[in-house]
Structure formats: structure tokens, C-alpha cells
Design a protein around this ligand. Structure first.
Ligand code: NDP
Length: 322
């Protein structure tokens, strides 16, 4: 493969496929490099009830299947291959005003005039025994998404001590009878105002110096093994949610020249030309940028913005020799 493209979109979650749909309709003829494990974080969820347009809810994998189908109906080419590197040291493309970037897929290389990076992020987990088997069956990573499924649940645990842990606990406390936050240290790092929310809640408790060790259950979670002050015990539970941070899927951008923060979230300009990175013609959208909202609908919105920003880039410098 040694292609020259207008626009390469890297990723396969809501940001990537929304960008693809908009770019295809703008006749930018995008190529989506979707990765081998495609679909993003929604592939690990069950019922999504907060994506507009689905009053009965929609399964995460089904939502992603539909987004991809919508893009493919618009003749978007999708390759299920992993991008290993992007070279941003550019060179002009023939008599075109565009600087070419190179996207590497192992040995293969693709030359492109513009790129949208939408590789998402992954919720951190502890890879505890039972986790893989019970993920989506009581073990989860987004309580804000799943809380209504815990209506009348007796007890749900949240693991973590930051703002996300409090936010997840508050979402769950509207439904479950008891929500317990497991904090590994003897204090939480969440903001004072968030800690006030816990104090005001009747059904959120905090267990300090407590760590989950194992998730136990047959078809769904039944018990969590927890160590507190060196003593291990089993506690019945209907759910357990991780809130120990996220890691953006941007390690492959190391040494690319694209500016990121210390955790690997990509910096975008904001304001007009919102999704532009520090490299002309390279845009970024979704959870690899957004460490605050982290919602599918927000990622989709940013994907749309990135496609419109790419379109504006081509409007300023129309692609030559199409
Ligand atoms: P943070 O990095 O702030 O917190 C992660 C938490 O997970 C810490 O308490 C940490 O414990 C704990 N943790 C990490 N590893 C482990 C482990 N192996 N076992 C047990 N606990 C562990 O992540 P958040 O997702 O909470 O927040 C990310 C950013 O988003 C922050 O800037 C936050 O302010 C922001 N945010 C803001 C919100 C709001 O304003 N409404 C809501 C949600 C997030 P320890 O403290 O011991 O290191």
C-alpha cells in the first residue's frame, strides 16, 4: 500500500465515524483507519440510554455498528488496521498547497493531506480476578452511563478517590440503596465541594484504606473480596465501578511533534478552528482530547467539529488535482 489521500481519520468510536459521515458528505473522500479492535469504549458497555434518538436505549456495540454502517453507506472506506506512527515532518505535495503527512501501518504507509485523530481513551482498571468475565455484568467503568440499571440494588461499590469517584457515586445513589466508595488511602483527593456532596448524601459511604481484590459471581457479580487494614472479607454486591482515571490512546503519537499534556491528552486550539492541533492539517476529537465530559454524544459532536474544521482547511487551500 502506498496511497495518497485527502483525509485520513484514525479511530472507530463516535468521534471517528461522525467525522467520517460529515467528511464524506463534504466530498472529502475520507479513509477511516479503524484499528483491529474497533468500536471504542462503547463496545464494552451494555444498554446506552443517554444517546439521543433511542428512547428505548441501544446496546453500545449496536450503536457503533450503526455508525459504521452509516459511514459505509456514504462510501467511506474503512480499514481495520492499527496505525503505528504518524510522521508530521511534512513536504509539499506536487503543486498542491498542502503539506503531506505520513501515516504508518506497520510496513505500509499512507500519504495524506489532512488527518483527524480520534483514537479515544480507555478507562483504567485493575485487571482483578473475575473482572474480564463480569465486565458489563455488574462490573463497569461508567456509572454515569449505567446507574439506572441499578434501580433498587442493595449495594454498589465505586473504586477511586477523585472527582470521578464522587460523581459516579452520586449517579448511583439516585438508584441503589447503598453506595460505598473504596479509597485506597486514608483520604480522598476529590475537590472539597465534591466531598460536601458525600456528606449531604444519606446513602453514600466511604471506606478508607480499602481495596478490591476480586470480583465473584457466576452469570453476574455477586460478591467483592475487599482488603481493609490487612484483613480480607467478602461483601455481597450488585455492582462495582472503577473510577481510577482514564488513559488516552495516544502512546503511538510519541515523538510525532503533536502537543499533548503529561497524561497524553492531545491539545487542541479551541475557539474557532476548535479541533486543530499544533500541526497544520492535523485535527483531534473525542476522548483522546476530552478528559472532562467523556460521553459518546460529546465525542460525536467533536467528530463533527473536526470534519468541519478539516473542510475549512481545504476551503482555504483547495485540494489540487483531485
Ligand atoms: P483522578 O486521577 O483525579 O483520580 C483517580 C483516583 O483513583 C485517585 O483517587 C487514585 O487514588 C485512585 N486510584 C488510582 N489508581 C488506583 C488503584 N490502583 N487502586 C485504587 N485507587 C486508585 O481521576 P478522575 O477520573 O477522578 O478525574 C480526572 C480529572 O477529571 C480530574 O482533573 C478531575 O478533577 C476531573 N473531573 C471533574 C469532575 C467535575 O468537576 N465534576 C468530575 C470528574 C472528573 P490516590 O488518590 O490514592 O492516588
Amino acid at each position: 500500500m502506498n496511497d495518497v489521500r485527502n483525509l485520513v481519520i484514525i479511530g472507530s468510536g463516535p468521534a471517528a465515524f461522525t467525522a467520517a459521515i460529515y467528511a464524506a458528505r463534504a466530498k472529502l473522500n475520507p479513509l477511516v483507519l479503524a484499528g483491529e479492535k474497533n468500536g471504542g469504549q462503547l463496545m464494552d458497555t451494555t444498554l446506552v440510554e443517554n444517546f439521543p434518538g433511542f428512547p428505548e436505549g441501544v446496546l453500545g456495540p449496536e450503536l457503533m455498528r450503526r455508525m459504521r454502517e452509516q459511514a459505509e453507506k456514504l462510501d467511506v472506506e474503512v480499514l481495520d488496521k492499527n496505525v503505528t506512527k504518524i510522521q508530521t515532518n511534512s513536504r509539499p505535495y506536487e503543486d498542491s498547497p498542502h503539506l503531506m503527512r505520513t501515516v504508518l501501518l506497520g510496513q505500509d504507509r499512507i500519504q495524506t493531506k489532512a488527518v483527524i485523530i480520534a483514537t479515544g481513551a480507555e478507562a483504567n482498571t485493575l485487571k482483578l480476578p473475575g473482572e474480564e468475565k463480569l465486565m458489563g455484568r455488574g462490573v463497569g467503568v461508567c456509572a454515569v452511563c449505567d446507574a439506572p440499571l441499578y434501580k433498587d440494588a442493595q449495594r454498589v461499590f465505586v473504586i477511586g478517590g477523585g472527582d470521578s469517584a464522587v460523581e459516579e457515586a452520586m449517579a448511583l445513589a439516585k438508584y441503589a440503596k447503598e453506595v460505598i466508595i473504596l479509597v485506597r488511602k486514608d483520604k480522598m483527593r476529590a475537590a472539597a465541594i465534591m466531598l460536601d456532596h458525600i456528606k449531604q448524601s444519606k446513602n453514600i459511604k466511604v471506606w478508607y484504606k480499602s481495596e478490591a481484590l476480586e470480583f465473584i459471581g457466576d452469570k453476574k457479580l455477586e460478591q467483592v473480596k475487599i482488603v481493609q487494614n490487612g484483613k480480607e472479607s467478602l461483601f455481597p454486591a450488585d455492582g462495582v465501578f472503577y473510577a481510577i482515571g482514564h488513559t488516552p490512546a495516544t502512546k503511538w503519537l510519541k515523538d510525532s511533534g503533536i502537543k499533548m499534556d503529561e497524561k497524553g491528552y492531545i491539545f487542541v486550539k479551541g475557539g474557532e478552528n476548535h479541533t486543530a492541533t499544533n500541526i497544520p492539517g492535523i485535527f483531534a476529537a473525542g476522548d483522546c482530547v476530552d478528559y472532562i465530559y467523556r460521553q459518546a454524544v460529546v465525542a460525536a459532536g467533536m467528530g463533527c467539529m473536526a470534519a468541519l474544521d478539516a473542510q475549512a482547511y481545504f476551503d482555504r487551500f483547495p485540494p489540487a488535482r483531485e
